[in-house]
Ligand binder design. Structure first.
Ligand SMILES: C[S@@+](CC[C@H](N)C(=O)[O-])C[C@H]1O[C@@H](n2cnc3c(N)ncnc32)[C@H](O)[C@@H]1O
Length: 310
């Protein structure tokens, strides 16, 4: 496979991620969303021969891409400093537990530029593609969801996962449209939205609708919460967790996780000591210059914490 490393994905907040995450060149680093391997490459540069990266992605195409990208390293066999897993990041702790405690855990959530640009994945409303939107070829597709869910459930989903003000109208229009013919492509869905949302709000609504459906079919919020909670078991004391999120629903989950575990509290008479020290009082966001050179970075928010107790 010929690979073009530049075109796959531009890693967001690269310098900030590496500086916060890599505290020991001999450490074990779990990249839960390896994508095009941009962050992992930079982490790898900081590691010595004993350091390891365990890279996860649910998308087999990302894993295949990284197999090529890190070919030289992977060919070292047992001495390879990188290992790849085509798995959900919420399983990373159970899969890698036997390898030893983690020094760092990175999650760079959402979709890669490659996924957005490949119309056959259906992630973008800007190009004609099948209504798929899954990270891996398992489970319900967006097409199955929009053609089967009832109007109330569709409206609730658009409200909950997209915070979409026209949720009710869009849900009704979807149900009416599919009585005429089922929605099959990204453009079929985009047209329904176009018919009910005023022109000046259209772009935002389209993004929110596609986001909501993607979150729902990939179960993204539940998976994120599970991964954060599980990571505490696998992180070493002093180990760090760094998460980049791209919308407020994800960011809220990360913020609450860090707050809950960094606060001393009492539960049914038992004092719960903090397990985490928050490293980012406010989220770190990309600079103007980064946004200019990579507009897809504009909504990124990075939060980080360090495990301080078991
Ligand atoms: C924003 S991209 C990551 C880009 C990467 N940091 C880089 O530098 O190229 C997000 C990646 O996370 C993957 N992903 C999304 N949800 C996942 C999950 N639950 N488990 C594993 N990978 C997931 C996507 O397939 C995508 O490749």
């Amino acid at each position: 496979m010929a690979i073009n490393i530049e075109q796959y994905h531009t890693p967001v907040l690269l310098k900030e991620v590496v500086e916060l995450l890599v505290t020991d060149p001999k450490g074990i680093y779990v990249d839960g969303t390896i994508g095009g391997g941009g962050h992992s490459s930079a982490i790898l540069e900081r590691l010595d021969e004993e350091g390891r990266i365990l890279g996860f992605d649910k998308d087999i195409e990302a894993i295949e891409f990284c197999k090529e990208k890190f070919k030289g390293e992977l060919e070292k066999g047992e001495l390879s400093r990188i290992e790849l897993f085509n798995e959900c990041f919420s399983n990373a702790c159970s899969i890698t537990r036997h390898r030893g405690k983690w020094t760092g855990f990175l999650l760079d959530l959402g979709v890669s530029s490659r996924q957005l640009d490949e119309s056959r994945r259906g992630f973008s409303y800007r190009a004609v593609g099948p209504l798929d939107l899954r990270f891996s070829p398992h489970g319900t597709t967006a097409e199955e969801l929009v053609n089967a869910a009832n109007e109330e459930d569709l409206a609730a989903l658009l409200r909950k996962f997209g915070e979409e003000p026209y949720a009710k109208k869009i849900a009704r229009a979807i149900v009416q449209q599919r009585k005429i013919s089922p929605l099959k492509t990204t453009v079929d869905l985009a047209k329904v939205v176009e018919n009910v949302v005023p022109r000046k709000f259209l772009k935002k609504s389209l993004s929110r609708v596609f986001q909501a459906i993607r979150i729902a079919i990939n179960n993204e919020l539940e998976v994120l919460e599970k991964a954060l909670n599980n990571s505490l078991e696998c992180l070493a004391i002093g180990g760090r967790i760094v998460v980049i999120s791209y919308h407020s629903l994800e960011d809220r989950i990360v913020k609450n996780f860090l707050r809950n575990f960094s606060t001393k509290r009492s539960e049914e008479g038992t004092i719960i000591v903090p397990k985490i020290k928050v490293l980012t009082k406010k989220p770190i966001v990309p600079s103007e210059a980064e946004i200019k050179s990579n507009p897809r970075a504009r909504s990124a928010k990075l939060r980080a914490g360090e495990k301080i107790a078991d």
